[in-house]
Ligand binder design. Structure first.
Ligand SMILES: *Cc1c(COP(=O)(O)O)cnc(C)c1O
Length: 377
């Protein structure tokens, strides 16, 4: 019998989740009105240390409605890290602006503040600071670069629920923060997202934009072309239950990373998730960076060999500048044009299974398989 297949990620849904979702369904409030929405918004925004939370349909629409609320549009540029999930660049295109790709930092893989400083020009309106793979950006440096320049900082926290930067929670430092609750994120609502902010006027504008931009004082009068980016009440019910378990999930994810470090100890030429001294990262997903000399083909052969052993993995994101919609975008490194760090990571790094449902024995099996594949039998 072949060994059990270990997926790279699987949601952790229990009795509490089933209870809340059934309650929402039984109540009849199955669209986007209902008690769980406000409850989820309040609980989660408090956790982020922000005054307002607006639940939306997913992490991508959270980003798009945020850019729209900031007034970003045609003729504007938005700086995006050169290595991240493509949604952060796609939304810039969708609001009619242009993404500029700034390289990531070689130590912690998020937007490099020096590259950001070089990327900002007269048309720059905003920067999307993505806290990638659970590690925070260096927010003080990013905020300092943008200060006095009319460049808004939007934090994309889709991969970093619960992480902290110098004690401050994700989403509380920029003008806006966005989260995703997709099935592979730290907590899930199936599909879902949230925008958090301390700016009451912006929060109100986002609340209206995501709900067809209907004038609160005049029904069916739409003050601009709005969106339907709403979350449903059963999704929010799932979110409430997941949120009540977030500390349990984060603790289990910490253990998983410690187990991986133990299992993979002594293997030459690999590096796992970074941690800068100013950061309290979370383990959204276990990352392995191979030596710089490895080719993308060698990395992919490693992933194929792990798949043969029943272990699901995923390659790092493809550097945005390599893909058709962003090939023509301006690419800026810390000292050079081009994005060498993003290009290298996208070729040499990959992710290992990271579900809170995994046990120590699963990690041992994965560690043994990786050791075999990297060192030969
Ligand atoms: C997952 C993710 C998103 C998009 O979230 P969805 O809910 O899937 O739309 C955006 N940005 C980053 C960095 C992500 O990891």
């Amino acid at each position: 019998m072949p060994p059990r297949k270990i997926p790279v990620s699987s949601p952790d849904i229990g009795e509490r989740e089933r209870g809340y979702v059934m309650d929402a369904v039984r109540s009849g409030w199955v669209s986007s009105l209902g008690a769980y929405i406000g409850r989820f918004e309040t609980a989660f925004s408090r956790y982020c240390g922000t005054e307002h939370g607006i639940a939306v349909s997913n992490g991508t629409t959270a980003l798009e409605v945020s850019l729209k609320a900031l007034g970003v549009g045609p003729g504007d540029e938005v700086v995006v890290p050169a290595l991240t999930f493509a949604a952060a660049a796609a939304v810039v295109v969708h609001v009619g602006a242009e993404p500029v790709l700034a390289d990531v930092h070689p130590e912690y893989w998020c937007l490099n503040p020096e590259a950001l400083a070089r990327a900002i020009g007269p048309r720059t309106r905003a920067v999307i600071a993505v806290h990638s793979y659970g590690h925070p950006c260096d927010m003080d440096l990013i905020l300092a670069v943008c200060a006095g320049r009319a460049v808004d900082v939007l934090e994309d926290c889709a991969e970093a629920h619960g992480a902290r930067y110098r004690g401050r929670p994700m989403g509380s430092m920029g003008r806006l923060g966005t989260f995703s609750f997709y099935g592979n994120k730290i907590i899930t609502t199936g599909e879902g997202g949230m925008v958090v902010t301390n700016d009451g006027a912006l929060a109100e504008r986002i609340r209206q934009l995501k709900d067809h931009a209907m004038d609160p004082g005049r029904r069916y009068y739409h003050f601009e072309a709005g969106y339907n980016f709403r979350m449903t009440n059963p999704q929010a019910a799932l979110g409430c239950a997941q949120f009540e378990r977030i500390e349990e999930f984060l603790a289990k994810r910490r253990s998983l990373l410690e187990w991986y470090r133990e299992e993979l100890e002594g293997i030459d030429g690999i590096r796992l998730n970074p941690k800068m001294e100013w950061a309290e990262p979370v383990n959204w997903i276990v990352c392995v960076e191979l030596a710089e000399s490895r080719s993308a083909e060698a990395r992919d052969a490693i992933l194929a060999a792990l798949a043969d052993r029943g272990i699901d993995t995923r390659p790092f994101f493809v550097a945005l500048g390599e893909m058709p919609p962003y090939r023509g975008a301006r690419k800026v490194g810390a000292r050079t044009e081009g994005t060498p760090v993003a290009d290298r990571l996208s070729r040499t790094a990959f992710n290992l299974p990271t579900s809170t449902t995994l046990g120590r024995e699963d990690v041992a099996r994965i560690g043994e398989a990786l050791r075999e594949v990297l060192n030969g039998p």
